[in-house]
Ligand binder design. Sequence first.
Ligand SMILES: [Zn+2]
Length: 272
Amino acid sequence: MKPILDHGALFRCPLCHSPLLAGETSLRCEKGHDFALSKKGYADFCPAARAGAYDQTLFDSRSRFISGGFYGELVEALRRLLNEYAPQGPLLDAGCGEGSFLKALCPDPSARLCLGLDLSRPGIQRAARGGGGWLWAVGDLSRLPLQTGSVAAVLNVLSPANYPEFARVLRPGGVVLKVVPGARYLCEVRALVRDRLRQEEYSNDRVVNLFSDRFDLLSQREVCHTYPLTPEQGADLLSMTPLMQGIEKEQLDTAALTSVTIHLAILAGRPR
Ligand SMILES: [Zn+2]
């Protein structure tokens, strides 16, 4: 099953921008740039992508944590925004990681074409596990392997962005839905590692300003909720969050982590 081959017209060569044609086991441009499809069905537009710091264990933790329902309110808010601003047409999740948010948002990918893209190969491998009809690709946000004006919405959840590329691949009238941390996001984890953080307080002002410089802001809303945590969920959270970079879990009083605040801002915008 390689559903991505059925949608070759969506893609363009990230190297020379020529259209890509579907072969038996790869997508290929007229200049001979060839992008293999893995046996699991995902496309690899960035064969040089390193595994990086994000390994399989991290994505397993992230997948388990997200499935705990902590982001249900976020997913519902995103669904409402999609229904309002881009009810149909292809959806790109740019920086999808292991694909949890895209799968939660569009549980039935036969209803709309859904493509998740990330530079992390372990993330995409985790996303593609089990099939299910979503399209997955290893690729670089700064060189999206997509035709200009090909998607109706770009989703960008807790991930770096490339706004010029997002604007390029959007159809006229298309929207970007960007999710950034709010000031209280994971404040319980921040409290736990307070002594080791370079920046104790977090503000998303700069990110919001940068977004509204680039896009006409259609909507800005927040979700904020504090949830109880089981010890297993706490361990998964500490394994997945970048706040823990360079910190050993063993050095912390992790038993103190009994709740978590999910405070997120959701920005919806159209390219100017
Ligand atoms: Zn090419």
